[in-house]
Design a protein around this ligand. Sequence first.
Ligand SMILES: Nc1nc2c(ncn2[C@@H]2O[C@H](COP(=O)(O)OP(=O)(O)OP(=O)(O)O)[C@@H](O)[C@H]2O)c(=O)[nH]1
Ligand SMILES: [Mg+2]
Length: 305
Amino acid sequence: MSKATTNQSVVLVGGPDAGKTNYLGRLWMALDAETGAIAKNGLPPQVEYLRTIASALHSGEFSQRTAPGVFESTSIPVKWDRGESSGQLIVPDCAGEQWEKIHREREWDSKWEQAVASMAGCILFFRGTSTHNVEPLNWSNNAEVMKCLEQTADTNAGPPKLPTQVLLVDWLQCLSAAYRDIQGNEQPLRVSVVLSAWDLAPREARDADPDEYLSTHLPLLHDFLSGNPLLFRPKTFGVSITGGVLTDDDTPFMKKYLKEDPNKTGYVVLASGNKVLKSSDLTLPLAWAFGCECPEFGQPGIAKP
Ligand SMILES: Nc1nc2c(ncn2[C@@H]2O[C@H](COP(=O)(O)OP(=O)(O)OP(=O)(O)O)[C@@H](O)[C@H]2O)c(=O)[nH]1
Ligand SMILES: [Mg+2]
């Protein structure tokens, strides 16, 4: 018998240039192909937005960064458990600048309030190769920061930008508080951490559990998630939507990419029990955030070696 759910949203969280929109386009291809853990269950009303991103990827280009002010609340009918369960997935996409504004102004508008009211989980994006990232700093003795703070005091200029992981933790705090207050939900919030452009991660990190990369490069975020089991149910994924860098040049990778079925490109790396898996199912981060049970996630409670 089919188990229907109410409309549920999965919120895409991340700063500018983190990989949200391009993942959404590649995710749509995977949902549309109906071969992954989650599949489409009919056509979404706003299919044009998804098709535009997907068609850029089809023609060998990443979709451009989202313009500030855009808020695309895509609603996709989906099914899982081999069609036994179905629901409506609402995936709002906006420019990373809107997330920065939420951090600065400590408020979000009614569109976000609506998305959070039906939030099943969230997908948090970080792209290690983005030039927008601000590295964690040693505030107590970093000479450049101390100089900058001194100048800020003298000139009333804006303070230096906060490290990216501080913003990511702040967004999670806001979402977790809203999840509890608005929904009255006592369950931990499901969080998929997507380390995007995993094809550009350092060679030695690429085949290891992406959670180790998180622990080394964003230790505050890693410890915040793993140290609060009553608030969060996190899982870290290394995601490459293409398998390599898309460029106008006639590289061997591009020749291969343009010949391939775009739904066969890219991969997801994740820990499964005591192994590390490389899967071609790009819906897995969504499946975790949505709360689906997938064999790829391994048995709960099995410790890593
Ligand atoms: N090599 C590689 N690059 C990627 C991948 N995914 C995203 N990128 C790069 O990341 C850039 C930013 O991706 P977007 O999807 O636009 O990021 P966004 O989070 O939507 O950014 P805003 O709209 O500014 O908030 C792309 O233009 C690509 O250069 C990937 O799987 N592999
Ligand atoms: Mg975008």
